[in-house]
Design a protein around this ligand. Structure first.
Ligand code: NAD
Length: 250
């Protein structure tokens, strides 16, 4: 089958899951806008993709800032073309007992994880609607499905992402645009490794006991499913919560 090269924006692509997703989509011959708060990391990922024969640009952006998001998508359009694929992986995570979550902390989690996803979807959807073809995958979290201890702010933001994803899926289903969410339980990325170093979550062996598959997942395993959701083959799959989690939350 002749698979067209499309323009994909991946947020949080300077690290972890976003980076793996960008690499999978580049391997599928798509041109990648690598967006991240850490501009150097974004450029490094883009440079690695180019080194391997792909097409990518790195763009620094804070997804919680409306003007920065608009400017980043404009740059992608100018340099690579209209956006047809969007994966939102930019996010922050942390642990605070519920009664100790300050309003500033609460607002920051909502701003990055939920408003950031909202702003990116709004920035990406017009190109897709105009072309009658689009794929969106939001990265949410098992915390948004089932709750998580000391993550009242994080789980609320991710629960919001799941609900928003379903709503956008309904609004755009008849326009050739699919919108799904992938809520990881654990993936071995810098975010998880940092939480383990800080002893905020158990180490890999202990964590594996809570996962029916018996181990923590890799970014690659999650990215492969995201790439499928962005493919031509996934055209009738929308509004779904595709939990790539080794059976941890059913
Ligand atoms: N790793 C896990 O176990 C796990 C579990 C559940 C959900 N998730 C979700 O997966 C996504 C990716 O996480 P990861 O594990 O790859 O973490 P990571 O920390 O390795 O990567 C997250 C990336 O997002 C970027 N980022 C943070 N704030 C940003 C902002 N305001 N604007 C733009 N970019 C920003 C960071 O610079 C970083 O490069 C996150 O949304 C996270 O909540 C991860």
């Amino acid at each position: 089958m002749n698979v067209p090269s499309r323009v994909a924006v991946v947020t949080g692509a300077g690290s972890g899951l976003g980076r793996s997703v960008a690499e999978h989509l580049a391997a599928a011959h798509h041109r990648i806008g690598v967006l991240d708060l850490d501009g150097e990391a974004a450029e490094k990922v883009a440079a690695d993709i180019r080194f391997n024969g792909g097409s990518a640009i790195g763009i620094p952006v804070d997804v919680s800032e409306h003007d920065e998001v608009r400017a980043a998508f404009d740059t992608v359009r100018t340099e690579l073309g209209p956006v047809e694929i969007l994966v939102t992986s930019a996010g922050i995570s942390g642990f605070t007992p519920f009664e100790k979550i300050s309003l500033d902390e609460w607002n920051r989690y909502l701003a990055v994880n939920l408003t950031g996803t909202f702003l990116c979807l709004q920035a990406g959807l017009p190109d897709m609607a105009e072309r009658g073809w689009g794929r969106i995958v939001t990265i949410s979290s098992a915390a948004g499905q089932a709750g998580a201890l000391r993550q009242g702010h994080y789980s609320a933001s991710k629960g919001g992402v799941i609900a928003m994803t379903k709503t956008v899926a309904l609004e755009y289903a008849a326009r050739g645009i699919t919108v799904n969410t992938v809520p990881p339980f654990t993936a071995d990325t810098p975010m998880l490794q940092e939480a383990q170093r800080a002893k905020q979550v158990p180490g890999p062996e202990m964590m594996a006991r809570f996962i029916p598959a018996g181990r923590v997942g890799t970014g690659d395993e999650i990215a492969a499913v995201c790439a499928f959701l962005c493919s031509e083959a996934a055209s009738y799959l929308t509004g779904q919560v595709i939990a790539v989690n080794g059976g941890a939350v059913l």
